[in-house]
Design a protein around this ligand. Sequence first.
Ligand code: ADP
Length: 201
Amino acid sequence: MKVLVLLGAPGAGKGTQADILARNLGLPRIATGDLFRSAVRAGTPLGVEAKAYMERGEFVPDEITVRMLLQRISAPDAARGVILDGFPRNRAQAEALEAALAARGAQVESALYIEVPEADLLQRLSGRWLCQAHGHTYHDTAYPPRSPGVCDVDGSPLAQRDDDRPEIVAARLRNQLGSLEEVVEFYRPKGLLRTVDGRRP
Ligand code: ADP
């Protein structure tokens, strides 16, 4: 089982790169944020529990997150491998993943860290818009759609994620940079970390 972990702050471009890697490698991209958002939309017990944390820009507790992720990577489409986007987010999650993979004779092959300075992150996140149908991403200044508020690809309306609103963005960043560092320092001594400059085109 080939397991790649993508690391980066919110807005670093993990989702974009994960999609490209998933296509090129023929592996599913598994994003815990997406799993939580669809649980919230579906109104499942998991979604109900996660919603309050997400709205505050806080992490959902490890116990819930780890259980959901391990269940997802046990699905048949994940047998050959996975690209993890948004997990692990702290040391405890990284250890839980390591143990679960070891139990099936696997391990993380590589942790790809997309590095972007904090000032760029704030600016990127608060201008981000997503298409409602398929999540195609746009940006107020860096990558505006051809006609305002409408997706170039499928014509669906664009919306801002609730947690991309400027007042939430700063809290999300503060909350996440510290634990990102923890995960980076978990993989670095194992020789698994590869750092990429996230400002390059
Ligand atoms: P962001 O890049 O802002 O974290 P995501 O889509 O990855 O966006 O996640 C959205 C929200 O889902 C997070 O703010 C958090 O509440 C929750 N979440 C996602 N992944 C995790 C995780 N590994 N651990 C805890 N909470 C998570």
